[in-house]
Design a protein around this ligand. Structure first.
Ligand code: PEP
Ligand code: MG
Length: 862
């Protein structure tokens, strides 16, 4: 008989971390903690196979499941000396989701299951705490109503709020036993009214339905969306863990909380976390109550006078701290631990690798290597290249004048200015206009995920550092401030006040996610410095990567930045970008619009000394490092005034690149003369100056390349000293890729211009896809925007072909990429795989590329 369940926590604890795919991350970690003899309430996990079966068999579960569940429940009853549904000493359970890949808050969980009118009374009698029993009961009805019966959670929330208003209560904790009992009665009546059926009193019916409810949550819209965003395959399914309940709401010596073994924002090695006295887990995660910190140091005293856990519950804190250390050592990573203290005793409900900011991830990885906990290689594998970008986010200019409006908790680093949107819908609309948006909510829930995704920053009025907004924004790399309690939102009038000052949706503000500060208007930002831990990690990356990493840069500032970020060369100097300032642009326009050769020659003569100076500056900066200069490739619409008589219907496929070079040879000849002259001058002072590399853009045919090569050779031979140079073909149109073998006979190297190559292979305009792109992504027509991540099956296939062909006759033929994909981690892995020699990307992505190239090399070896 197939094994659908794995018990843990008793004498028999099966499963381990090797079974994450089967037991889900939560189930596997619970089993592992139980094996370490840590205090885990006993339970069992229904495997992900059951979830897969459920969706393959028209939402039915295997016949043998219920027997196995029953047997496992009996074992739990035996262990605990309580019986499920018993009117004297009832066993209560939680039914929790848990997929192999963490999906925080996206799937459903039911707590306090097993309560009915009799067991609630029994719980009240046994615990001698009627308030606790009926508080648990009303919570259970509320959760069951929402998750299993699909009732709107606001139905219950509204009733609760109304009850509190009637009694002038501010907090749930002020509800008395009588209030809780009344609420449970009212909630049951509501269930009957809404569903036509009484709230189920049979605890086995409750359990069977809750299991189905959790399985159903795998396909709820927010889970589907989350999987799309994080590229989690839908077929893996969720496990369902059924575990004996322990109660954090048993009184003032009970609590529930979340602990991180290191600080999730800074990576500091301190126990960090939040807890609530006399509460259940969902109170912490939902952000409805603002929790207190665990450890001393950052604590405040809350509305009830509670202090940090270290002071309030010192013994439980000491136990927790010891367990945290033990778990981190065993699992060799920073852990995010959910715990409950039930009448003084600590219980662990979950551990998982903690989500962390980019800078925390880096610090933790580098520190753990120093502590001998992990290897350099493991450290590299742990850091997402894209998270490195977070470290390079702008900081607020400390000298700029600022008007501080309020302060919340610093949930995710980085500074951002933007216009305020008060809901996800308007965030999406404003972001589609191209505005930087800051999403401001009371608290976020998983339905806000799309708004958070389009927003550049997230601000909430409530919740703590482990609330949904904080966890999700940190994961997404959005600057985020939570718990800014001085903000009051009036959704109806689309306004909000901060300490009495009124603002409107659409107003501009600035967030500093590293300090938690919120400022009025736009505060200027400064670029951060790369140093310390990042350099250490990237140093390890440099030791293992095979791909060289170059930068796309042309101005002295960009080149300096690229070098500071350790670019090994410039892989694309777009010479037309040297004409971007208005005075220069005029020259370029005159070159492009001259109607006679004589007219053009006059402008080119003026331009020659200017270009010589440009290239001298570049060579001087680059010294021994390669500098790949691309000759002019100006799409006309980007460089001619819009009212100019020469217009093209398809300028991106028009008179640009090699076509300009062939038609007006004197333009490229002026440029190469400038390059040769500049090089020869600089070489005198810098003997180890790298050789000259020139790239020809938009090459389509071999003849075209050969003609341009001859034009350039003519200039070379007219120089006093014959310069040596390498001439590369940019592969940007499919025909050039198809002709790679022949092109490799005449060219010295290739560089894939993957922006244009994507445009020409896919037949998609690189400038205009935004109008129709969303449905393409939503319907999975493309897995990702092909202008961001290489379309492996189309553009990638052609790149692989061209690379193989180019190297057939010339095995050492140098080939690289200089389109935007050169800075995209997934594309870099592909480039590594097809054997390119280098990637070239914008300067800020150089560190990302260094790490991505190293990870690709490591993946080869494993
Ligand atoms: C490219 O097309 O990928 C490229 C690098 O050239 P540009 O973006 O300048 O057209
Ligand atoms: Mg191009």
């Amino acid at each position: 008989m197939e094994q659908w369940i794995y018990p843990f926590g008793g004498r028999e604890s099966t499963g381990s971390l090797l079974l994450i795919n089967l037991l889900g991350s939560k189930g596997a970690h619970l089993a592992e903690m139980a094996r370490l003899n840590l205090p885990v309430p006993p339970g069992f996990t229904i495997t992900t196979d059951v979830c897969q079966y459920y969706y393959q068999h028209n939402k039915t579960v295997p016949d043998t499941l219920s027997r196995q569940v029953y047997t496992a429940l009996q074992q739990m009853e035996h262990q605990l000396g309580r019986t499920f549904g018993d009117a004297k000493n009832p066993l209560l359970v939680s039914v929790r989701s848990g997929s192999p890949v963490s999906m925080p808050g996206m799937l459903d969980t039911v707590l306090n299951l097993g309560l009915n009118d009799h067991t609630a009374a029994a719980l009240a009698a046994r615990s001698n705490n009627r308030r606790f029993a009926y508080d648990s009961y009303r919570r259970f009805i509320q959760m069951y109503g929402h998750i299993v019966l699909n009732l709107d959670p606001y139905l219950f929330e509204d009733m609760l709020q109304w009850h509190k208003d009637q009694h002038d209560y501010r907090f749930d904790a002020e509800l008395t036993a009588e209030d809780c009992w009344q609420l449970s009665e009212q909630f049951k009546a509501k269930v009957l009214e809404e569903t036509g059926e009484p709230f189920p009193q049979d605890v086995h019916v409750q359990l069977d339905n809750a299991i189905l409810g959790v399985l159903d949550s795998w396909q709820n819209p927010r889970a589907i969306r989350y999987r799309q965003i994080h590229q989690i395959p839908a077929h893996i399914g969720t496990a369902v863990t059924i575990q004996a309940m322990v109660f954090g709401n048993m009184g003032m010596d009970s609590a529930t909380g979340v602990a991180f073994t290191r600080h999730p924002s800074t990576g500091q090695k301190i126990l960090f976390g939040e807890y609530l006295i006399n509460a259940q887990g969902e109170d912490v995660v939902s952000g409805n109550r603002t929790p207190q910190s665990i450890a001393d140091g950052e604590h405040t005293i809350d509305a009830f006078g509670y202090k940090a856990m270290q002071e309030q519950l010192p013994e439980a804190f000491a136990t927790l701290a010891e367990i945290c250390g033990q778990l981190e050592q065993h699992l060799q990573d920073m852990q995010d631990i959910e715990f409950t203290v039930e009448t003084g005793k600590v219980w662990l409900l979950q551990t998982r690798p903690g989500k962390r900011s980019g800078s925390a991830a880096l610090k933790i990885a580098v520190d753990m290597v120093a502590e001998g906990l992990i290897t350099e290689r493991q450290a590299l594998q742990r850091i997402e290249p894209s998270s490195i970008e977070q470290l390079l986010h702008p900081l607020l200019d400390s000298d700029a004048p600022k008007q501080l409006l309020t302060r919340g908790l610093p949930a995710a680093p980085g500074a951002i200015s933007g216009i305020i949107a008060l809901d996800s819908e308007s965030a999406k609309v404003r972001a589609a206009d191209g505005s930087a948006v800051i999403l401001l909510r009371n608290e976020t829930n998983p339905d806000d995920i799309q708004g958070m995704q389009v927003a550049k920053g997230v601000l909430t009025c409530r919740g703590g550092m482990t609330s949904h907004a904080a966890v999700v924004a940190r994961g997404m790399g959005r600057p985020c401030v939570v718990g800014a309690q001085a903000i009051q939102i009036d959704l109806h009038h689309k306004t909000f006040t901060i300490n009495g000052q009124k603002f409107f949706a659409g107003d501009r503000m600035t967030l500093d996610g590293s300090t938690g500060e919120v400022f009025a208007g736009v505060v200027p930002t400064v670029q951060p410095h790369i140093s310390g831990d990042l350099e250490i990690l990237l140093g390890w990356a440099d030791k293992v990567r095979r791909l060289k990493v170059y930068a796309n840069a042309e101005t002295p500032e960009e080149v300096d930045l690229a070098l500071k970020l350790h670019a090994e060369g410039i892989g694309l100097c777009r010479t037309e970008h040297l004409f971007f300032n208005p005075a220069r642009l005029n020259h370029l326009q005159q070159v492009l619009t001259a109607t006679t050769l004589a007219e053009r020659q006059v402008v080119l003569t003026d331009l020659l000394p200017i270009q010589i100076e440009d290239f001298k500056k570049l060579f001087t900066r680059m010294q021994h490092r390669p500098l790949l200069i691309r000759l002019l490739d100006p799409p006309l619409h980007e460089f001619l005034p819009s009212n100019h008589f020469r217009r093209e219907t398809n300028p991106m496929l028009g008179f640009r690149g090699a076509r300009l070079g062939v038609t007006c040879p004197e333009i490229y000849q002026m440029q190469v003369r400038a390059i040769f002259t500049a090089w020869q001058t600089v070489k005198q002072a810098l003997p180890d100056l790298a050789d000259i590399s020139i790239m020809l853009p938009m090459i389509t045919t071999v003849q075209e390349f050969t003609i341009l090569k001859q034009h350039i050779a003519a200039v070379a031979s007219s120089m006093q000293a014959l310069p040596t140079y390498r001439l590369g073909a940019m592969i940007e149109v499919p025909r050039a890729a198809i002709q790679a073998s022949e092109l490799a006979d005449v060219a010295d190297f290739f560089s894939f211009g993957s922006n244009d190559l994507t445009q020409t292979v896919c037949g998609l305009s690189r400038d205009d896809t935004s109008h129709y792109w969303q449905p393409y992504l939503q319907q999975g027509i493309f897995a990702a925007d092909p202008f961001v991540t290489l379309d492996i099956n189309g553009v990638g296939a052609l790149m692989r072909y061209a690379t193989d062909q180019g190297r057939l006759q010339h095995p050492d033929f140098v080939i690289g990429i200089c389109g935007e994909h050169g800075g995209d981690p997934a594309s870099i892995a592909f480039c590594h795989g097809i054997g390119l020699d280098y990637v070239s990307c914008s300067p800020y992505r150089v560190p990302v590329a260094r790490l991505a190239a190293a990870k690709a090399a490591l993946a080869d070896r494993s």
